[in-house]
Design a protein around this ligand. Structure first.
Ligand code: UDP
Ligand code: MG
Length: 335
């Protein structure tokens, strides 16, 4: 058994004003009951247009355990999570959604399992409460991705879970912009385990993932963790060539032995089918090329507008808005 670790909780929020008070209250109550503190909660405001950021900053001014990172605009859930990981300082970090679908009450269970020698403890979602078609999509997606990837990606596991300091450090070293953190977590390795956790309904407000955004997250998972779609072009191309050789033999037989004109319909079908397949795979190759291009630009992943946390240098009563970039570069110098 290792000693009780200092815990950081990383939470991305986008227009969650209706959830913030309950979220802070429940999370802090759980952390207060846990040994090993002082624990930390890093809240990233992902460019909210409602009062989320104001509520968070007010809370951080009163509570030294809270750090609030306000991004300059909406960068998306996975990027907001990545921003949070740059500011966590605990020996273990819990990744959690801000809508209370991930119950903070599960944190002690994660930590207990960590103490048994696991570097990653993730929640395996049982009894999802979303609509049946969304559940079906999630079910199929996780299985498709597992089949396409050479990594052993766990089924039905989201980002909710615990990671040790060394896992966080490895993830932070990964430079990719299209981040699929649950996959990157698996990639890092060490001892990992899933524990079944019921996924609650969101406490208030509406989902920020439109079907299009979900599709984007799913494609980030597939394109970042599999090159099978590229290979599929080669396999299908080989199969089409084989079929066309067979058809050529048949056509020659019909032409020279039976002397009957044939093949107009087959010609049209072959042309339309194969040009469809060609364009489809051109699109897939384009998707990978586009991702290479975006990585090649090497832009920063996010821009911070403001960091609110209690100064460690002052008497701890006033909150300070630090120049975030300066703070980060200082942190890197210390690393
Ligand atoms: N979120 C975010 N930026 C976004 C979209 C979502 O920070 O662009 C946050 C959101 O506030 C929530 C978490 O990510 O805390 C998960 O989002 P949501 O609950 O909308 O997704 P769902 O659970 O419906 O998949
Ligand atoms: Mg949610």
């Amino acid at each position: 058994m290792t000693k009780d670790p200092r815990i950081s909780v990383a939470i991305p929020l986008y227009n969650e004003e209706a959830v913030v008070p309950e979220l802070l209250q429940r999370t802090l109550t759980v952390l207060d009951g846990m040994p090993g503190g002082p624990h930390q909660v890093v809240l990233v405001d992902d460019g909210s247009s409602d009062c989320t950021c104001i509520l968070l900053e007010e809370a951080a001014e009163k509570n030294p355990r809270l750090t609030v990172i306000a991004l300059s605009r909406n960068f998306g859930h996975q990027t907001a999570l990545a921003a949070a990981l740059d500011y966590v300082s605990g020996e273990v970090t819990i990744l959690m959604d801000g809508d209370l679908q991930d119950p903070p009450e599960a944190i002690p269970l994660f930590v207990e399992t960590y103490k048994q020698g696991y570097d990653v403890v993730y929640a395996q979602r049982v009894k999802r409460k979303e609509s049946w078609w969304l559940r079906a999509c999630y079910y199929l997606f996780y299985r498709l991705l597992a089949a396409l990837s050479t990594l052993q990606l766990p089924l039905d596991a989201g980002d909710f879970g615990l990671m040790s300091r060394r896992v966080i450090d490895e993830i932070r070293k990964m430079p990719e912009h299209h981040r699929y953190i649950r996959g990157m977590r698996t990639w890092v390795g060490f001892r990992q385990i899933g524990i079944p956790i019921e996924r609650a309904l969101r406490h208030a407000g509406r989902t920020k993932y439109s079907p299009l955004r979900l599709l984007k997250l799913a494609s980030d998972g597939i394109f970042a963790f599999s090159i099978v779609p590229l290979r599929a072009a080669a396999i299908l191309g080989a199969a089409a060539t084989g079929l066309s050789v067979l058809y050529a033999i048949y056509s020659l037989y019909v032409k020279f032995w039976l002397h009957s004109p044939q093949g107009f319909t087959a010609l049209i079908l072959a042309i339309t089918f194969l040009s469809g397949v060609n364009l489809f795979f051109l699109g897939i190759i384009g998707e990978y090329v586009g991702r290479v291009y975006e990585e090649a630009k090497g832009r920063p992943h996010y821009v911070v507008r403001k960091v609110t946390m209690q100064s460690q240098h002052s008497d701890g009563v006033t909150s300070q808005c630090l120049d975030a970039n300066k703070m980060l570069s200082e942190r890197h110098e210390h690393d």
